[in-house]
Design a protein. Structure first.
Length: 151
């Protein structure tokens, strides 16, 4: 069963890559300026190219979700760990949102064509990224040091 799934996944991957190569070749042959100035040519070349990209993205999302669910179903003991990790990430999101605030005045917000809430959300996302990045670096360092002592 696993061999069949791997074969189908590889076949779909190769098909999507071949389609992408064909569309890229069309863009190279026609040239950037010709495509930029002709809506019909854009519809002929770029629309199928984007559709291929959307299909690839959709398949990747479905596969990621499906295999995650299957992994949890096959090993329910790890489900508790996963739920704890997800809860921790959600808690981190709440904490970073509460830390963030709007740093811009009304004139600056209008100039940036945004709102105070969007500014706060961007700040929270930046804090979240910094914290998760720092944790990733620390875990990597810890794993490297622990690997040295386990030998």
């Amino acid at each position: 069963m696993v061999k069949i799934i791997n074969f189908i996944a590889k076949a779909i991957s190769y098909l999507l890559m071949a389609l992408a190569i064909v569309f890229i070749a069309f863009v190279w042959v026609k040239g950037d300026e010709a495509i930029a100035g002709d809506l019909g040519l854009q519809a002929q070349i770029l629309d199928p190219f984007m559709t291929t990209a959307y299909v690839a993205l959709g398949l990747a999302v479905v596969a990621a979700v499906l295999f995650s669910i299957l992994s949890v179903a096959m090993n329910p003991k790890n489900a508790v760990k996963i739920i704890i990790i997800i809860a921790g990430l959600v808690l981190l999101g709440v904490v970073t949102y509460s830390m963030a605030d709007n740093q811009f005045g009304a004139v600056q917000l209008q100039k940036l064509d945004t709102t105070a809430e969007v500014s706060r959300q961007v700040g929270a996302a930046l804090y979240y990224t910094y914290i998760v990045g720092a944790l990733t670096v620390l875990v990597t360092i810890y794993a490297s040091i622990a690997g040295i002592f386990k030998r």
